[in-house]
Design a protein around this ligand. Structure first.
Ligand SMILES: [Zn+2]
Length: 235
């Protein structure tokens, strides 16, 4: 069940959190587990995953009263300024997942025709850094975007026509289709949904964030199978 964030600091009229205040606020140093690089998963009020935000944006959203509820473990505890009336120091806890209310121009993200932007980073992540021709995993600098049906033969630069390929395989294949090059494609390329794309963009995703995201993957998600197996599907 969602837990309502009860933040008494809202009640202190003199405390106005602005970007500036947040910037100057201090993170408690006694919590060694707190990592300011940790991303917070922002969802809409119905729980649809929207994007990753940093701690400053998360605190800003909470302080503006835009967070309806929060889920997951507490990842940050941020101290603000001292309230002029109460003399108390304000503090704010940020959870791993925050559901934000208000108007969201995000409806299109969940429509049937929505296609997330294509980037090499997200593509390599979709294919788990594996060359879909030789089946080996490589660091990003040895990977490339291969157009299954080459652009020179009318192929499109779209999720369903691109795969991760090591530079060696890509050079070998060159401007040919896999059939023309006599090589086999190990998995069919697919376009991620928005929830899957959020996963592809994440770094150091916490277990509760991952569980949450997986629930929003399509029922027959290939990506879910890859994530749950912990290695790419080869067939
Ligand atoms: Zn290869």
């Amino acid at each position: 069940m969602p837990v309502n964030l009860e933040l008494p600091i809202y009640g202190y009229p003199a405390v106005i959190w602005t970007q500036d205040v947040v910037f100057k606020s201090k993170v408690r140093k006694d919590d060694a587990s707190m990592d300011l690089q940790q991303q917070v998963l922002r969802t809409d009020v119905s729980g649809m995953p929207l994007e990753w935000v940093g701690y400053q944006e998360a605190v800003r959203l909470i302080s503006l009263g835009q967070v309806s509820y929060a889920l997951g473990r507490s990842v940050f505890s941020i101290r603000g300024g001292i309230n002029a009336i109460s003399g108390l120091r304000s503090s704010i806890d940020v959870n791993a997942i925050i559901a934000t209310s208000g108007r969201h121009p995000h409806k299109h993200l969940f429509g049937k025709g929505y296609v997330p932007p294509l980037s090499n980073k997200a593509l390599f992540r979709r294919d788990q850094s594996m060359c879909l021709y030789c089946g080996q995993q490589f660091p990003a600098y040895l990977l490339s975007r291969d157009h299954v049906n080459p652009i020179s033969q009318g192929g499109a630069d779209t999720w369903t026509n691109v795969v991760t390929a090591c530079k060696r395989c890509n050079n070998y294949k060159a401007g040919r289709t896999p059939e023309q090059a006599g090589i086999q494609l190990l998995a069919i390329p697919f376009s991620p949904t928005h929830a899957e794309y959020v996963y592809l963009q994440g770094r150091r995703i916490l277990a509760d964030q991952m569980d949450f995201l997986l629930k929003h993957f399509p029922r027959n998600s290939v990506l879910r199978q890859r994530v749950e197996r912990g290695k790419p599907l080869l067939s």
